[in-house]
Design a protein around this ligand. Sequence first.
Ligand code: TXA
Ligand code: MG
Length: 332
Amino acid sequence: MAKVVRINLEPPEAELIDAAAAVLRRGGLVAFPTETVYGLGARALDAEAVGKIFKAKGRPAHNPVIVHVADAEQVAQVAGAWPPLAQALASRFWPGPLTLVLPRHERVPLIVTAGGPTVAVRLPAHPVARALLRALGEPVAAPSANRSTELSATTAEHVARNLGAHIDLILDGGPTAVGIESTVLDLVSDPPRLLRPGHITRSQIEEVIGPILHGVEPAPPDQPLRGPGLLPRHYSPKTRTEYLNDGATRVRELAEQGSRVGWLTFHHSALDPQVVAVEMPTDPQAYAARLYAELHRLDQMRLEVIVIDQVPAQEPWLAIDDRLRRAATGEH
Ligand code: TXA
Ligand code: MG
């Protein structure tokens, strides 16, 4: 079982960071907070260590992992090129929740890139992640610290509950601020292509580098989305989840049938006692910060269905809408 260690943010205790770096150096797995979600880290240039990440997550070998770096200079260790567009975006958004897909450096083990010619690189903004990367002095492969297709972790408790048996150490830096995973932008394709929407929006990126393509087109709420390298079912609670335009009607219907229902909504009125309603923030940043914690909590309650009200069809909500569509996709 993983050791869970509480760590300060400003500044993180040096002895805890050194101990975590030592675990990574000997090929172990360390879960740590980033500003988006918790990551499950291993030395990126050590194929055997990265193999442990895939095993712990139950992650299919065709899904590549993100490499985290301490500074922009370290990118040269993992990427074969650093195009001017990358420099422009890094100057504006790093450290921060933007992942850039670049040509792979031949030194990067193929397990990291799922056998492909590109590598995804990110420089996180979280003080614990940054201190750990600096102390280790080499890149760290870190997908989100959750079982494959399940909900990402925004607290150390989420990590411990779902992955604790497979990890050496969990650094507990409290709840993460952004709450959803980084924006992933493919800079190898021309024009660049948004592979995963996130906190940094398409417009913000286009302000810096001009028009890009969006690999994940908006679709009706009941249809799954498809994006390159991304699984349709993802970020899913174990409980059956429905993402609906008219959640209120569905919740009433389910309650009348006697089902125990969880409901993420913007406004709820008088309710059946079988309905666990959560009033979500109307600000997209605040919504994202709470989303996974609420879904983890509802998922623990042995409900039959989770109903989620559709979020506004506006750009600041796009990343949340993407996660909710995926949460509601597929077999349970
Ligand atoms: O916010 C985040 O990005 C978090 C924190 C821990 O940094 N990490 C994260 O990693 O969400 P993960 O592995 O759960 O998601 C990475 C996404 C996957 O959808 C994967 O398919 C895509 O990035 N990806 C990774 N490498 C890629 C590549 N070379 N080309 C295209 N997509 C890639
Ligand atoms: Mg993930």
